[in-house]
Design a binder for this molecule. Sequence first.
Ligand SMILES: [Zn+2]
Length: 266
Amino acid sequence: MEQIRDPGTLLNQIMAAAEKAGAKNIRVKGDIQWDGKNVPIIKILFRSKPENPRVLLSAGIHGDEPAGPHSVLSLLHSSKPSPFFSLLQEINLDLLPLINPSGFEKNTRENTDKIDLNREFAKGHPAFEVRLLMDDLRHKRYDLSVEFHEDIDARGFYLYEHFPDMKDPFAPSIISRLEEEGLTILKDPIIEGMPAQNGIIHPGKGRKRSFFRRHGWPMAIYMFRHGTPRTITLETPTMAPLDERVRMHRLALETALENLTQSMKK
Ligand SMILES: [Zn+2]
């Protein structure tokens, strides 16, 4: 797919695809303004049966990680019946396709005010984008939160799975699925300063609470503290072609959702 550089253009395409795909609702959470531009933060709702599991999918909190929002567009564009659309019948999905539109436009990790939004979730006065998210997410409990990220230095795919009870991990099947498809996994024993195994990091292990207190909370920790029992953060290698990174995100998400719907049936 061709890379879109303008956040408004990308969001318009995502909203059009979401509407066509049968989204129940598209909500504007607030408008981000910079350099005379005005781009909304939107949340898209897909609903099946109310008793089905609830999932939050978010992308684009770091502006220089374009594969996330592009993967959202690719998922919504996939022709029915695709694995994603069949899975949509079994879950209730809340989708945040682009959390940091100003950073996306500037191709920077931070927003236009040079703030890393993924370190703002414990602050009393967080950046505006994060305040919108916190107001929205504070009273919601999901069964699973999946975040699309990228890593500029990584030579392969890896992921974080945060689930304190450590029972029935989803990560190993995600890694196997990507390997079956011939995609490269980063197998370093230490990734981002944390112990990793076969491309999997458990953030609870080896990193103390004081780390997050010092460096600021990422969204994953906020979600956990507000009742979401499992968060999966996917990291694709920015140096791989965009199509490959989109495939990685799509396959990883689909595998995570398959795991979730299976585990709810047990
Ligand atoms: Zn990131």
